[in-house]
Design a protein around this ligand. Structure first.
Ligand SMILES: Cc1cc2nc3c(=O)[nH]c(=O)nc-3n(C[C@H](O)[C@H](O)[C@H](O)COP(=O)(O)OP(=O)(O)OC[C@H]3O[C@@H](n4cnc5c(N)ncnc54)[C@H](O)[C@@H]3O)c2cc1C
Length: 484
């Protein structure tokens, strides 16, 4: 098996695939996926990709993004995202990708919460991520090593030389002149989440263990409308576009209580809607539903085919039946700190892009549908930077293939305890006491004889908790409950 490459990319979501698509074909590039290539958040993305519709909309897209981010965004990153977004979308369309359009061939744009205009492109109705993923996989000129879990970064004196992987039961070192982390967010740290099962914060944990800086890890986004009653680990998301196009959040009696919390009701920023549902459920003891009964059935089935069929399989007839909902963990605004070209700060030849990265583009709260766009824009920039600097790469040094024990007996029980702990104590609504409790328990777990993979999850959880403890006042998705 070949073990030395020009570029090794960890992850086959939109960020990893799009980076690869923008690298010259003559380079030797390997992509690594923990599971099947499609077991990633990109594949499950429903609503669409936000993009400025025309030149005039760029400034508005910037201001919507800054507003949703609660003043915590890095303005330069937002400018890059919104001004380079249209070019990224045009290039995807030029390659042959089809977004949904009307009979005349004009692109159809929808609206989502906190966008001041219709600017969300979608594909296959509510299957945008699946369509983009399939398209990119069909055009990928490089190989993917499937069912391969990265277990460490090969680091020496602030330089990255590759990754260590578990592949078919063996530990192997894969060397790359450039290494790209495109491994997504941290979903599996939480009891209720919408993320793919492969998304468990491994790479963020490895960064911490090599003293590589993460930023804004207290900024965790919870999606307001997920169906969490099923037994599946990944909870069924009910896209923001449903509310954008008229779905209502109601209680048992059909009352639209979100207006008690915000004048925009269901279309308030998602952190506001999430907290409203969480708070209302706790205080009233009532069940909360998403009511889609205003949709005409044939239109609903055409516009939201995945949700229609997934919910039918679970036993709900849409749009006539209301769906019981709860917020669930959805997206990590925090991540591995990078420059605007995806270079990981203070580490040579290592990049991070997509949800794993922190450019500051989302601030304290991601604007809906900005993350697929982030995946496109920043991966392209990283690909250009890689090409421009590849010849400067250091000569390869050799690393041992020794790896710590990855999984110990008892880890699964602790992993589930951790998910519950994070959901209850470092979730939607936080307070000092709960966070201190979580901090203490995570520290205790870290002192137990545990496997490396659980240790990585614990390190990231610890980082989330410590960042949350440091930020004393509420901001965006980070909400601190005041003592009554
Ligand atoms: C249900 C759902 C709906 C969403 N809807 C939208 C939407 O409509 N619009 C929008 O903009 N955003 C949406 N998002 C968010 C968006 O999908 C993600 O932020 C984005 O797809 C992340 O892309 P990525 O390439 O960074 O990571 P991912 O697509 O998550 O890919 C991560 C990859 O890394 C691999 N990986 C992880 N760890 C390892 C490891 N240790 N070793 C090897 N490989 C590893 C995984 O196998 C996977 O291939 C949604 C998210 C979810 C969960």
């Amino acid at each position: 098996m070949k073990t030395s490459y020009d570029v090794v990319i960890v992850g086959t979501g939109i960020a990893g695939l799009h980076c690869a698509l923008n690298l010259p074909k003559h380079l030797s590039v390997l992509l690594v996926a923990k599971d099947y290539a499609w077991e990633c958040n990109t594949f499950y993305a429903q609503g669409g990709v936000a993009v400025a519709k025309d030149e005039a909309d760029i400034a508005l897209h910037v201001s919507d993004t800054l507003h949703a981010g609660a003043g915590h965004c890095v303005k330069e990153a937002v400018d890059v995202l919104c001004s380079e977004g249209p070019k990224a979308i045009a290039s995807l369309i030029k390659r042959g990708f089809c977004f949904d359009s009307d009979e005349k061939g004009d692109l159809l744009y929808t609206k989502e919460a906190a966008h001041s205009t219709h600017r969300i492109l979608h594909a296959g109705g509510d299957a945008t991520g699946r369509h983009i993923h399939l398209f990119m996989m069909q055009h990928l000129p490089f190989p993917i090593l499937y069912n391969t879990q990265v277990t460490d970064l090969l680091m020496h004196e602030n330089t990255c030389y590759g990754v260590r992987v578990l592949h078919a039961g063996d530990i192997i070192n894969l060397y790359g002149k450039k290494v790209v982390i495109a491994s997504g967010g941290v979903g599996s740290l939480y009891e209720y989440h919408t993320n793919a099962r492969t998304i468990s914060a491994d790479m963020q944990g490895m960064c911490l263990s090599h003293s590589i800086e993460l930023a804004d890890m207290e900024m965790m986004q919870f999606h307001p409308t997920a169906f969490v009653l099923g037994t599946a680990v990944r909870k069924q998301l009910l896209s923001e576009s449903l509310r954008g196009e008229g779905a209502k959040v109601v209680d048992d009696e059909g009352r639209r209580f979100v207006f008690d919390y915000h004048p925009d009701g269901e279309l308030a920023p998602r952190d506001v809607v999430s907290r409203a549902i969480f708070d209302y459920k706790q205080k009233s003891g009532k069940e909360v539903y998403l009511d889609v009964s205003d949709f005409e059935e044939s239109h609903f089935q055409k516009r939201f085919p995945s949700i229609y069929f997934n919910m039918k399989n679970i036993g709900y007839n849409l749009p006539s039946e209301r769906i019981p909902i709860s917020p669930a963990f959805h997206y990590s605004m925090g991540g591995i700190r990078t420059t605007m070209n995806g270079e990981v700060l203070h580490v040579k030849h290592l990049y991070a892009i997509g949800e794993a990265a922190h450019t500051g583009v989302h601030g304290a709260n991601r604007l809906a549908s900005n993350s697929l766009l982030e995946g496109l824009v920043f991966s392209y920039r990283a690909a250009l930077d890689i090409q421009a600097t590849l010849s400067n790469a250091s000569s390869v040094i050799s690393f041992s293939e020794k790896e710590a024990i990855l999984i110990c007996e008892g880890d699964k029980i602790l992993k589930n305890e951790l998910r519950h702990l994070m959901w209850c104590h470092a979730g939607i609504v936080r307070n000092e006491q709960n966070l201190q409790f979580a901090r203490k328990r995570v520290k205790e777990m870290l002192e137990l004889p545990i496997g490396k993979l659980l240790r990585l999850r614990l390190l990231v959880s610890q980082e989330i908790i410590q960042s949350a403890l440091k930020r004393k006042a509420s901001l965006g998705a980070h909400f601190i409950q005041k003592r009554s």
